[in-house]
Design a protein around this ligand. Structure first.
Ligand code: PEP
Ligand code: MG
Length: 547
């Protein structure tokens, strides 16, 4: 009999296939044999340090997830963890067991530390498994290779694991933890793989069992009947329409909606161009800054920015200044131990304390912009007040940049978007952070993911407020963040007034075709229905019923 699991559908598309599980090391039972304390201590320290290096190397090629990998690398190198492990070896535990138990003690210690945020358990477990596997002479936790395409099921997929994911072999992703903006969700959308996250009980699914996954409804069916299998194999097996359409975004009746992409650097350009992106909605410059003891020089920055600008001649490239702190740590700036980093010094607040960092970056962006024919715009992250926006705008203009804006990621900024537009040229809605701050819910916390659902009417109200302010001021406003790459929500955002949507490149075709199926009038009606709803399910249901 088929069993059903319900989670959050975060990347549309349907797939049927055998389950594969992430392979993790198995600790041998404790035998109490005497150990060479010095040798075991050295082995444990070597393993932790090698894992720290391995994670940094992975971060270099991980794109969006780079910040998390750097954070994980710091866990592996944390002197308090190393001290705990040493102590456990001294009490007679061989290195693999000392590391395993050491991570448990470290997790408890961090959880009760009022000065540091508790680490993400999935990230911590991944670091532990890597170190233990190394000590046991086993390969690091990895995506399995059952020799055929598979549905990957895991408690959580760490960024380190997904950095090695071969999208061609994965039919769908299903995790027990995670929310709509979790790493797995972002990645699945980026790769065009159907995905369901936050699905309780799915880790009971054993390898090889057939499952049907619906990445839109969030339903996972084990041992599906032949009818379900047939309906899932109707040719729409993968999420994204792979059509060759490269045309600009527009509704069925011709209202233009710019299809923009989020990029982190040169590595993302090919994907962006291959789907016919009309420009860059958010260029996340911080990836150039991670894992360094010193910020990159102005020349190095200018060179890196130019590589992106030159790929979009005559096109908009909205370049975001450094957004470090909270979920994007950087080692060259000491932000101190903050009780709650997401509510502390991050984004533009870092620039306010380290003005040279900002002025060097603005100089580099302006230099690269002068040498390129892209329409370079610059915007600041994490702006809360008009005074902050004015402070940023003055510096950006002094540097020679002519199109200056801010991201609207804080409810205070959304409520006063009209004021912001008096001191900057444009605003762009950052939906990931705006949802986080609207619902006082950590964007990485899967347990509270339903609060981060972009169909939440309160969240849509704030987006609508910003878009209305744009219309009053006669300025185009774009929307970026995960919500903007949801093909179902796209018509709602357009109905609320968005002039452009910035998304992960792989979803451009899906959003393009979603928009091409609706008229401007339908978008308006869908937006009104969503705003008039009492909860996200009702909003989604009422809006999509108008399709
Ligand atoms: C956002 O917050 O929506 C955004 C685009 O910025 P990031 O996800 O990089 O914080
Ligand atoms: Mg943000």
């Amino acid at each position: 009999m088929s069993a059903r699991f319900n989670g959050i559908g975060v990347s549309p598309g349907r797939a049927v296939g055998p389950v594969a599980r992430v392979q993790a090391p198995q600790l041998p039972p404790r035998d109490g044999a005497p150990i060479d304390t010095v040798a075991e201590t050295e082995a444990a320290e070597r393993a932790l340090s090698a894992v720290a290096d391995e994670l940094v190397a992975l971060a270099d090629r991980a794109g969006v997830s780079g910040a998390v990998l750097v954070r994980q690398s710091r866990m592996a190198a944390d002197p308090s963890l190393v001290a705990i492990v040493r102590q456990l070896v001294r009490t007679g535990r061989p290195a693999p067991r000392a590391v395993w138990e050491g991570f448990g003690a470290y997790r408890d210690m961090r959880a009760s530390d009022p000065l540091r945020p508790a680490p993400d358990l999935g990230e911590l477990d991944d670091v532990r498994d890597r170190a233990v596997a190394r000590l046991l002479g086993e390969p690091p936790p990895s995506i399995p290779d059952p020799g055929m395409p598979f549905v990957l099921v895991a408690r959580d997929l760490s960024p380190a694991l997904t950095a090695t994911l071969d999208a061609a072999r994965v039919l769908a992703l299903v995790t027990e933890r995670g929310g709509p903006t979790s790493h797995t969700a972002v990645l699945a959308k980026a790769l065009g793989i159907p995905a369901v996250v936050g699905a309780p009980g799915v880790t009971a699914l054993t390898a090889g069992r057939q499952v049907a996954v619906d990445g839109a409804s969030g339903e996972v069916t084990a041992d599906p009947d032949t009818e379900t299998v047939g309906s899932f194999r109707d040719g729409s097996g993968r999420a994204v329409s792979r059509s060759d359409d490269r045309s600009p975004g527009r509704t069925r009746d011709g209202r233009p909606v710019q299809l923009l992409v989020a990029v982190g650097g040169k590595a993302d350009i090919d994907d962006a161009l291959s789907v016919g992106a009309e420009g860059v909605g958010v260029f996340r410059t911080e990836f150039l800054f991670f894992d360094r003891d010193e910020p990159p020089s102005v020349a190095e920055q200018a060179h890196a920015y130019r590589e992106v600008f030159d790929a979009f001649p005559g096109r908009p490239v909205t370049t975001r200044t450094l957004d470090i702190g909270a979920d994007k740590p950087a080692s060259f700036v000491r932000l101190g131990d903050q009780p709650n980093p997401a509510l502390g010094v991050r984004g533009l607040r870092v620039a306010r304390r380290h003005a040279q960092l900002l002025s060097d970056q603005l100089t580099a962006i302006a230099r690269a912009a002068r040498e390129s024919s892209a329409q370079v715009q610059v915007m600041a992250p994490m702006v809360a007040t008009t005074a902050e926006a004015a402070w940023f705008a003055a510096r950006a203009r002094d540097a020679g940049l002519t199109s200056v804006g801010v991201m609207v990621e804080v409810p205070a900024a959304a409520l006063r978007a009209g004021d912001l537009l008096r001191v900057v040229d444009f605003v762009s809605v950052g939906t990931n952070d705006l949802a986080q701050y609207t619902f006082a819910t950590d964007r990485a916390d899967g347990e509270l993911a339903d609060l981060l659902d972009p169909w939440q009417p309160a969240f849509l109200d704030l987006v609508a407020t910003v878009l209305r302010a744009g219309a009053v001021a006669g300025r185009a406003v774009t929307v970026c963040g995960e919500a903007a790459s949801d093909p179902l929500l796209a018509p709602v955002l357009v109905g609320l007034g968005a002039s452009g949507l910035s998304m992960t490149p792989r979803l451009v075709p899906a959003v393009r075709s979603a928009l091409a199926r609706v008229t401007n009038e339908q978008c308006t009606q869908m937006a009104a229905a969503a705003l008039d709803s009492e909860g996200p399910e009702e909003a989604r249901h009422r809006a999509t019923a108008l399709l």
